[in-house]
Write a protein that binds this ligand. Structure first.
Ligand SMILES: *Cc1c(COP(=O)(O)O)cnc(C)c1O
Length: 371
């Protein structure tokens, strides 16, 4: 049987042809395709301003800079995310503060987030793990109550929604990633939804060396920016992918539903494993994650699935236990739920081009190993 990866992008022939057109056009860096992609994204996010970048990491760093967050400021986030989420806080010189996760949603526990707020807290970075939003009403009620900025790490959440509204179409800063494994990709890239034209001007400066136009013939540099622009090659991939977003989200929801059907109602009680919450309206099913029972080590499970030609992902090791963070005073025992989930979590194969038989094959293998 052929190897089933945990994730795989689907790039259609029309998109490949468009990338060829860009390559032949003589203009291969940021240009008309980037502008078109930003316009389409803005339309999708209800007309809010959007700018694209070369990653979904720099988007968050830039949002923190626009918000004026730096040394002496605390930013609260979850320990269960890709390390990028906390690294950007260090990158701007601020102090990361973690709050433990909810064992069911595996997202930041909003009660614990609220308890971690103090007079130095300036912002919160919620993460929508697997494309499942947190309680957005509660999140923004907390932000309003304590006057905090929100930088939504919606890297995994394009196509997800809250009460019928797409994630990104409301709220404060919303950051998306188009990295290769995400639901839609530009190979590498990201976008940031902003609030107003002042923020757009700053985002454009931080994106390109702090350069701004000044006078009739000159340029001026008045802030320290970096080199974060998206190319037209990437934007051409993004436009082709974005056209398929609704189909991709719908298909992922079908596949998730099929996983639940195949596992059946007795799986959790029989195996001791924990399935994700069943949600087919908000979640975009970026990942289908299983928390393994304590008796099964993640490494052993992953190795045995590999022997069966099935790829398993790991999202994520708790950030606070990485050396860089331990050196900043974090240690084991601080966030027990994140530590347990971080030890036992696995991501089963989930991608657009998978079929029902693939899901059935994965569930058979999982049942064999946990039976
Ligand atoms: C992918 C991802 C990022 C980083 O995005 P890049 O585009 O790879 O920089 C950040 N946070 C989460 C939760 C992610 O899944």
């Amino acid at each position: 049987m052929s190897f089933l990866p945990f994730s795989k992008p689907t790039i259609d022939e029309a998109t490949i042809a468009e990338v060829g057109n860009v390559l032949r056009s003589g203009w291969i860096t940021s240009g008309p395709k980037v502008a078109e992609f930003e316009q389409q994204l803005s339309d999708y996010f209800g007309g809010r301003p959007v700018r694209t970048f070369n990653s979904g990491t720099c988007t968050m760093e830039i949002a923190l800079r626009i918000a004026g967050i730096g040394p002496g400021d605390e930013v609260i986030t979850t320990p269960i995310s890709w390390v990028a989420t906390a690294n950007v806080i260090l990158e701007v010189g601020a102090t990361p503060v973690f709050a433990d996760i909810d064992p069911v949603t595996r997202n930041i526990d909003l009660d614990k987030l609220e308890a971690a707020i103090n007079s130095r807290t300036r912002a919160i970075i919620p993460v929508y793990l697997a494309g499942k939003p947190v309680d957005m009403d509660r999140l923004y009620a907390i932000a309003a109550k304590y006057r905090l900025r929100v930088i939504e790490d919606a890297a995994q959440a394009i196509g997800a929604s809250w009460q019928g509204k797409p994630i990104g179409s409301f709220g404060d800063f919303v950051s998306f990633s188009f990295q290769a494994n995400k639901n839609i990709t530009t190979s590498e890239g990201g976008c940031l939804v902003l609030n107003d034209e002042d923020e757009v001007r700053l985002a454009e400066k931080y994106r390109l060396q702090g350069v701004t136009r000044s006078g009739w013939d000159g340029i001026e540099v008045d802030v320290l920016g970096g080199k974060f622009n998206m190319t037209d090659i990437a934007a051409a991939i993004g436009l082709g992918q974005f056209a398929q977003l609704d189909a991709i989200t719908a298909r992922r929801r079908q596949l998730a539903q099929h996983y639940f059907e195949c596992f059946g109602t007795d799986f959790e009680a029989q195996s001791g494993a924990k399935l994700p919450p069943q949600d087919f309206t908000n979640t975009n099913w970026h990942l289908f994650q299983l928390e393994l029972p304590a008796r099964m080590s993640r490494a052993n499970f992953m190795a045995q699935m590999k022997e069966r030609d099935i790829g398993i992902g790991y999202h994520y090791a708790p950030i606070h236990l990485f050396k860089l963070y331990r050196e900043r005073g974090f240690h084991e025992g601080m966030f027990p739920i994140a530590e347990r989930v971080g030890r036992q979590i696995v991501s089963l194969p989930m991608f657009y081009a998978m079929n029902e038989a693939d899901v059935e094959r994965v569930v058979r293998a999982v049942r064999e190993l946990l039976g």
